[in-house]
Every structure is written in structure tokens, then in C-alpha cells.
Design a protein around this ligand. Structure first.
Ligand code: ADP
Length: 581
């Protein structure tokens, strides 16, 4: 089997299939365009002797004919270029679309390791380059190669001995082109990798700029940036130097070829094997060859650069994918929310379990608070419920059905997450709450009301149509949390997963968020990673997680009375709340 990098552009060919009609029409235009060259070469052969003999009528006749052929050729060229542009662009769009779809299903653990800047570069610059190369190949390289073949055929017909002598030069040219091509590709790959790294660093820099300033670390960052751009310049310079060397080398070979033809041509005329008209056609043919040779050489370089880009794009395909849904998955419909963890063990590295034979039971409509020190496995537990990860042992059952037997998308419609840090995409508030789901304006408003967000949203000048900026920087932290709560309850999930924010809000904002949460939790099973005293006090049950195992469970009062680990944790973690209350 071919690996993605070996297959290169060939793997894109099936993507051309839906565009056969345009390709066919474009191909017809191409045949007319290419076919006009031998005609012009033939005309030139007739023209030069007529010029030499001063036969004006014949010259004008030939010029008229040449103009006609030129006109047809240019119309065909227009048809070829415009008809073939569409399929080329559509293929690269298909490629981008498929890869993005693939990115959406990359395992989350693998995704976290990818750099946002680097991925952005691949999806924009690399994809553009692939698109450019595809277009050039279809509308420029292919006709140029055909033109070479047609004109060479014509030259063989005119004088095959002379042409074969010239063709002895061809392997040298092909060898040189491929020698340069391989080096250009390697150099391009290096420089593209550098730009990607640069994009990655830029992403980090923009995110971390406030911190950099706070630590007065600007000179350090500037140095790092300058080192990166210098390495990028060096890599780019190598590509330019190679191309700079390639042009004169190929040029010299072309000139040597031309002189060789002149010398050989004179000899052929002297021996009576070639007429002046034949040599005129022949020389015109040679001149007509120079252009496609230059195009093929340049395009080959770009093709190699495109190949490097395509390889980088295709690397995304090799990222591990989320586990597929079981083939016999059954539709789950609306759930009650009875949740059971039955002897569940899981480790990101199976040799190092993060959760150990965990048993939990939450009845429908109950609130379970999870407390424990950092690294105990609380977030991991939630990630298993969303099927971001799969338990290596044991079963998680929702309403009696093992969640690994459900379709992930259906499960996630029933399990909603309010994360610790709210992220929103730029767009309106209504869009942020909908998050791609189909919901009427009333449903959006109901969700917002439940999340205690309706009042503040309606008080904004544009209400639900207010544009949220990237990362929601134009609303307050508390408001953003309430938008996140509305987003979670919109689909009326049976199970609500809550990772309480640790950062402090002022008392008023906190109270607003708490009210939203309280309303959102009503009638649902809730698992909450608790950071607030009020939450644990109101939870139906609390489990204390430590090193992936439940070390204690009960209500807040029971656990406080029992003392031990929970009391210790409470006293440390909820100290802020205690001072407030
Ligand atoms: P908590 O939420 O209680 O702080 P986590 O569930 O985040 O704990 O982490 C539990 C353990 O799993 C930690 O040792 C952490 O380093 C590890 N861990 C968390 N996420 C990953 C991951 N994506 N890959 C590998 N290890 C991870």
C-alpha cells in the first residue's frame, strides 16, 4: 500500500472524477491550442522562403493565415484556462474539507499536542500552494508537455536524424531538472517547517503577551522570534539559490542545443537532406520549444514545493482518530439520567492508571459533587462520560446501557458540559448558545432564562444579536459563564457535567452564576467538580477522589463530622467561601 507521502498528487486524482465534464471541455480546448503549434511551425517554414524571394502576395496570405490560427489558438487557450481553473480549485477545496473533517475527529489527546499556529499554516498556506500547483499542472504543465510532444513530433517528421541527434541532449536536461527538483523539494520542506514553527511561536506569543510583559521578558521573546525568522530566511535562501543556479544551467544547455542545431542544420543542407524551408520550420520549432521547456522546468520546481505542502497536509491524516462507534449501536432516545460507574479503570498510559476500579452510582435527578486534590482524576472522570477517552476496564452505564455501546454524538447530546474556562466562537450570543444546533428563538431564550442570562442579554443594545468577540472578551466573566450554562441546557440534556471555575468572581456576579446553575441543574443528573462551599453543601452526595480512587463518600454534614480527608480539603479549598459567609 502507498503511504500518503509516497502517493502525493496521484492520491488527488479520484477527487477530479466529479468534474469530468469541465475537464473534458477544457481538454478539447487544450487539443486545439496545442494542435495550433505544428501548424504555425509549418507556416513559418513557408514564410521565410517567401520573405527571401520578396513574394509579397504570398507573404500576406501566409500572415493572414497565421493571424487566423493565432486567434483560434488564443480563444482555445482562454477556454482551456477558464474551464480547468474550476476543477483545480474544487479539488483543493475538497482536500481542505476532508482534512478539516478529519481534524474534527482527531483524538483529543493527540489534538492537544498539535500547535494551533502550525495547523493554521497548514490549512491556509500549504493548502493554497497545493491548489496553485494543481491549477498550474492542469492548465500549464499538461499543455506544455503536449506542446513539446507535438512540436518534437513535427521536428521528427521534418528531419528525424537531426531530431534524434538533438534528443541526445534531452536525458541530460531531464536529469538536471530532477536533480534540482529533489533538492528544491527538500529545501522547501525545510522552509515550510520553519514558517509553521514561526506561526506556532506567534500563536503562543500573542496568547502570552500580557505575561511576557508582566515578566519584562520582551527581549527574550524578541530573541526567540529573531532566531526563528533568521532560520526561516536561511532555509528560504537555499531554495532561491538552487532556483537561481538552475536557470542559467538549463539556459546554457538550451543555447548549446540551438547552436548544435544550426551547425548540424548547415551540414544537412550541405548534404542535400534538408531544404531551407525545412530548416526554417525546424528552427521555428526549436524556438517554440523553449517556452514549454521553461514552463515545465519552473512548474516542476513548484510541483516539488506543492508536494512538500501536500505531504504536510496529509500528516494530519496520520493523527490517531477517535474510536469509531460500535457497528451495532442502538439509538438511545431521551434518557432519565441514572448513572453507574462499575469497576472503571483508565489510564492515558494503560500502565499508569489514573482511575482505579471506580464505583459510583448517581440516581436520575441527583447531584453528585466530586472533590479531591489536583491530579486526583476528576476531569478524567468527566472525559470518560463524554467518551473523549474510553475506560480500559469496567463499564459506565447510563440508564442501564453501557455508554461504549452508544453512538458518541447521540451520547453527547444527552451529556452537556459546562467547562471551567468558557470558550466561545466569534458570532452572536444566540449563535453561541445554539452552537450549531437547531433551536427556535424561544428555545434559546428559555435556555438563557434558565441560566439566569436572559436579563443581561436583553439589556445589551443588540440583545441576542450582540456580537461576541473572539474568546468572549466583550462580556464579563460571570456573563460568559451564564452563556455557557445556557448553551449546556439548550438541548435539555439528562446529564450535566460541571467543572466549576476556580477563579473568583465578585460576590454579585457569583450569585448570578449560582442562581443560573441552580436552575439549570433542576431535574437533571449532575456531576460537579466542586470548588465552592455552596455547591458541596447542596449536593445530594459527595465523593472524595484521591489518586483515582474514592476514599470517602457521604453528604457534606456526614463527611464533616467524620473529619479526615474531606474536612482537611474543605478547610483548605473553601477557605475563601468560609470567609465570605
Ligand atoms: P484533576 O482533574 O483531578 O486535577 P486530571 O483528571 O486532570 O485530575 O488528571 C489526572 C491525572 O491524569 C494527572 O496525573 C494528569 O497529569 C493526567 N492527565 C490528565 N490529562 C492527561 C492527558 N491528556 N494525557 C496524559 N495524562 C493526562
Amino acid at each position: 500500500m502507498l503511504t500518503p507521502s509516497q502517493a502525493g498528487f496521484r492520491r488527488l486524482l479520484p477527487l477530479l472524477r466529479p468534474h469530468l465534464r469541465e475537464l473534458l471541455w477544457g481538454g478539447c480546448c487544450m487539443v486545439i491550442y496545442v494542435g495550433s503549434f505544428p501548424l504555425l511551425v509549418q507556416l513559418a517554414g513557408d514564410l521565410f522562403p517567401a520573405l527571401g524571394s520578396g513574394d509579397l502576395a504570398r507573404v500576406l496570405q501566409l500572415i493572414g493565415l497565421a493571424l487566423l490560427i493565432f486567434a483560434v489558438q488564443k480563444i482555445a487557450q482562454f477556454g482551456q484556462d477558464s474551464l480547468l481553473a474550476g476543477p483545480a480549485l474544487l479539488v483543493s477545496q475538497d482536500l481542505r474539507r476532508d482534512l478539516f473533517r478529519r481534524l474534527q475527529t482527531v483524538e483529543l489527546g493527540a489534538l492537544e499536542k498539535l500547535s494551533a499556529g502550525d495547523l493554521t499554516y497548514r490549512f491556509t498556506e500549504d493548502a493554497d500552494r497545493v491548489s496553485e500547483v494543481l491549477y498550474k499542472t492542469i492548465h500549464d504543465t499538461v499543455p506544455s508537455v503536449l506542446q513539446l510532444v507535438a512540436v518534437l513530433g513535427m521536428m521528427l517528421w521534418l528531419d528525424w536524424k537531426l531530431t534524434l541527434a538533438i534528443l541526445l541532449l534531452a536525458p541530460v536536461i531531464v536529469w538536471l531538472i530532477s536533480l534540482f527538483g529533489a533538492r528544491v523539494m527538500a529545501a522547501t520542506e525545510r522552509s515550510q517547517k520553519k514558517v509553521s514553527e514561526l506561526a506556532g511561536l506567534l500563536g503562543e506569543a500573542i496568547e502570552g503577551l500580557p505575561l511576557v510583559r508582566a515578566f519584562a521578558a520582551e527581549p527574550w521573546l524578541q530573541d526567540r522570534f529573531e532566531t526563528e525568522i533568521d532560520q526561516h530566511r536561511q532555509a528560504r535562501h537555499r531554495t532561491y539559490s538552487l532556483v537561481a543556479l538552475q536557470h542559467p544551467v538549463v539556459g546554457i544547455i538550451e543555447v548549446v542545443g540551438l547552436f548544435a542545431v544550426l551547425a548540424l542544420g548547415a551540414w544537412r543542407i550541405q548534404s542535400g537532406d534538408l531544404s531551407i524551408a525545412g530548416l526554417s520550420s525546424y528552427l521555428t520549432g526549436l524556438i517554440v520549444l523553449i517556452d514549454p521547456i521553461a514552463h515545465v522546468t519552473n512548474n516542476f520546481n513548484e510541483f516539488q514545493q506543492g508536494q512538500a505542502s501536500l505531504r504536510r497536509l496529509r500528516e494530519i491524516e496520520r493523527e490517531p482518530q477517535e474510536a469509531a462507534d460500535p457497528a451495532d449501536a442502538q439509538a438511545i432516545g431521551a434518557l432519565q439520567g441514572d448513572l453507574v460507574f462499575d469497576q472503571v479503570s483508565f489510564g492515558y498510559d494503560p500502565a499508569q492508571p489514573v482511575l482505579r476500579q471506580l464505583n459510583l452510582r448517581v440516581d436520575a435527578g441527583q447531584v453528585l459533587a466530586i472533590v479531591g486534590p489536583s491530579g486526583a482524576g476528576k476531569s478524567t472522570l468527566l472525559s470518560l462520560l463524554l467518551r473523549f477517552n474510553t475506560a480500559q476496564q469496567g463499564e459506565i452505564r447510563l440508564d442501564g446501557t453501557d455508554i461504549s455501546l452508544m453512538r458518541a454524538r447521540e451520547l453527547r447530546q444527552q451529556v452537556a458540559l459546562v467547562p471551567q474556562r468558557t470558550t466561545v466562537f466569534s458570532g452572536t450570543i444566540a449563535e453561541a448558545i445554539r452552537f450549531g444546533r437547531r433551536a427556535t428563538d424561544d428555545e434559546v431564550r428559555d435556555a438563557a432564562r434558565l441560566a439566569n442570562a436572559d436579563d443581561f442579554i436583553r439589556a445589551l443594545p443588540d440583545g441576542y444579536d450582540t456580537q461576541l468577540e473572539e474568546r468572549g472578551t466583550n462580556v464579563s466573566g460571570g456573563q460568559l459563564q451564564r452563556i455557557a450554562i445556557a448553551r449546556a441546557v439548550l438541548g435539555n440534556p439528562a446529564l450535566l457535567l460541571l467543572d466549576e471555575a476556580t477563579s473568583a468572581l465578585d460576590a454579585e456576579a457569583e450569585a448570578a452564576v449560582q442562581l443560573g446553575l441552580k436552575q439549570a441543574m433542576k431535574g437533571r443528573t449532575v456531576l460537579v467538580i466542586a470548588h465552592r462551599l455552596a455547591t458541596v453543601q447542596e449536593a445530594d452526595r459527595i465523593v472524595v477522589l484521591e489518586k483515582g480512587a474514592v476514599v470517602d463518600r457521604g453528604t457534606h454534614d456526614e463527611l464533616m463530622q467524620r473529619g479526615g480527608r474531606y474536612r482537611e480539603l474543605c478547610e483548605r479549598q473553601f477557605i475563601r467561601d468560609r470567609q465570605k459567609s
